[in-house]
Design a protein around this ligand. Structure first.
Ligand SMILES: Cc1cc2nc3c(=O)[nH]c(=O)nc-3n(C[C@H](O)[C@H](O)[C@H](O)COP(=O)(O)O)c2cc1C
Length: 183
């Protein structure tokens, strides 16, 4: 099969983000035909509908990267029981102007890590709502709710032994799901 390009959207701009580390570690579990590109969202302006007819260069870049992908991977922390504003801002940008969304039909996976005991469960439900409206089919099971704990990552940045089998299972399902749903 030819290459499958996955656009990765990370909901944290933090330098040592657990979610950025999770995204990198999960990418290592995928087959070689899958390539993962983390999309820059930190330089996007705040969304303003006035600018729809004249989108800024970072917005055009984001949209073209999503359009060029065959699938999406959202890796996000939970902020105040929802998705972080930076991620929502990026989604709003790439969904507009009305009728010219970059997202429609792209199969998506959702994972994330937070410090709370229920991981990113509530944020993920909010994100599923948003993506449903944008006509983005999301992998339902297994759900990935990870609490940030010692040992989550190995010294080389791979998934630690305690979570590796579970996350390998998730990646295997995700890869099959994306292949089945490529538009
Ligand atoms: C504004 C803000 C709100 C937060 N709200 C939640 C929350 O609702 N649930 C939770 O589990 N953790 C919450 N946290 C803690 C995050 O899980 C923690 O900061 C985590 O490290 C963020 O992910 P990152 O390491 O990828 O940046 C919050 C953190 C911030 C800064």
């Amino acid at each position: 099969m030819s290459k499958v390009n996955i656009a990765v959207l990370i909901g944290s701009l933090r330098r040592d983000s657990f979610n950025a580390r999770l995204a990198a570690a999960v990418a290592k579990l995928a087959p070689a035909e899958f390539t993962f590109k983390v999309l820059q969202i930190g330089d996007l302006p705040l969304y303003n509908q006035d600018d729809d007819a004249n989108q800024a260069a970072p917005v055009k870049r984001l949209k073209s990267e999503i359009t060029a992908s065959q699938g999406l991977l959202f890796v996000t922390p939970e902020y105040n029981r929802s998705i972080p504003g930076v991620l929502k801002n990026a989604i709003d940008h790439a969904s507009r102007p009305y009728g010219q969304s970059a997202f429609a039909g792209k199969p998506a996976g959702i994972i994330g890590v937070s410090v709370g005991a229920i991981g990113t469960a509530v944020a993920q439900q909010h994100l599923r709502n948003v993506l449903a409206y944008l006509d983005v089919p999301t992998l339902g099971q297994p759900e990935v709710f990870i609490q940030a704990k010692e040992g989550l990552f190995d010294a080389d940045g791979s998934i630690g032994a305690g979570s590796r089998q579970f996350l390998q299972g998730w990646v295997d399902r995700y890869v099959a799901w994306v292949k089945k749903n490529i538009a």
